[in-house]
Design a protein around this ligand. Structure first.
Ligand SMILES: [Ca+2]
Ligand SMILES: [Ca+2]
Ligand SMILES: [Ca+2]
Ligand SMILES: [Ca+2]
Length: 337
């Protein structure tokens, strides 16, 4: 037995919540709801905490599609002192964009007193030259120190945590460069229950600088970014952890890479409670993927059967992120896109 929340329902609830909080159409009921629920506030302490990082969107008049994406970030307790440290991802120079100084990602060590120290250089995790899209944290070699998988356009970087404050780029040796694909996000999970983390990567579209179409009206300042439908989608990648520091690309044999998607978000969870991890991929403007784990190294794509491929009225949605959680504590996960 399984149960997945209808995304339309959750989306409407989210919209209702948003309306209440920002005071749109402020009925007395909504204002009362806001007064009850809006009792948590946040203060931006980034500057005071010593986090100086600024993401560069690398925007140009050429309107490269990769310029439309943010970099993402992740918490990682890389030195295992019990305090979460912060890794933030950046873009890079392109054929059309030449920044004044080289761009890099950043690792900030949590000092435990509300401040952070930039330890990128010592850590060796700057990812210079990578047009980054996101990061996934996981201890793939079970040595007790979490490692960094940095997603990016045309390639990815796997940084192995050496346990002494430094990391090594092992992408090539590990076989997870994801070369030639536009990786937008990824998740570490153990799909074959061998206690070693495997990796699923959501890929976006086959855009390249050489195939950068002109979209929008002709004329100075009239060019716009293209819709992703202008390009072909890319299938997700599934890497199996061989247990010796290397991975095997099992996208084809597992069925996960059987058809192209426009993946921007991925979450792994056991949606049918059979003890085997399944995969959901949020696709941009095309039906989503739900890969049911067949417990034999293969997956079956069941998004339509499970009711999570398209919206309630049958339209594809602009899926750009997804999470799963047991929000009503009935031990069944619900999807939120
Ligand atoms: Ca730490
Ligand atoms: Ca590790
Ligand atoms: Ca595994
Ligand atoms: Ca399952």
């Amino acid at each position: 037995m399984y149960k997945i929340a209808r995304r339309e329902t959750t989306k409407r609830l989210a919209m209702l919540g948003g309306l209440a909080l920002i005071g749109f159409a402020p009925s007395p009921f909504r204002l009362a709801l806001a007064a009850q629920t809006n009792n948590v506030t946040f203060v931006d302490v980034a500057t005071a905490a010593g986090i100086q990082f600024r993401h560069d969107n690398a925007a140009t008049a050429e309107k490269y599609l990769i310029e439309t994406m943010g970099g993402g970030c992740g918490w990682i307790d890389y030195d295992q002192d019990g305090l979460f440290d912060l890794y933030v991802v950046n873009s890079a120079a392109t054929k059309a964009y030449k920044p004044g100084k080289p761009l890099r990602a950043a690792l900030y060590r949590n000092n435990g007193d509300g401040t952070f120290t930039d330890v990128t250089e010592r850590g060796g995790v700057g990812a210079e030259g990578l047009f980054g899209m996101g990061v996934a944290v996981g201890d793939y070699d079970n040595d007790g120190f979490p490692d960094l998988m940095v997603l990016g356009y045309d390639r990815c970087i796997l940084y192995h945590n050496n346990g002494d404050g430094t990391f090594s780029d092992v992408s090539k040796k590990a076989g997870v460069e994801n070369k030639g694909r536009w990786a937008s996000s990824a998740a570490w999970f153990d799909y074959d229950n061998d206690s070693r983390l495997d990796l699923v990567v959501a890929n976006y579209v086959d855009w390249t600088p050489e195939t950068n179409h002109y979209c929008g009206d002709k004329g100075p300042g009239m060019r716009s970014y293209c819709h992703p439908d202008v390009y072909h989608g890319q299938a997700p990648t599934l890497y199996h952890n061989n247990g010796d520091g290397t991975f095997t690309d099992v996208s084809k044999s597992s069925g996960v890479g059987a058809k192209p998607g426009n993946g921007l978000g991925v979450v792994t969870f056991d949606y049918d409670n059979d003890g085997w991890q399944d995969i959901f991929i949020a696709n941009d403007n095309m039906p989503n993927f739900l890969f049911q784990n067949n417990r034999d190294g293969t997956f079956t794509e069941t998004a339509y059967l499970a009711g999570v491929a398209v919206s309630g009225d049958g339209h594809s949605e602009a899926g750009m992120g997804v999470d799963a959680a047991d929000i009503d504590r009935n031990l069944l996960s619900r999807l939120r896109q």
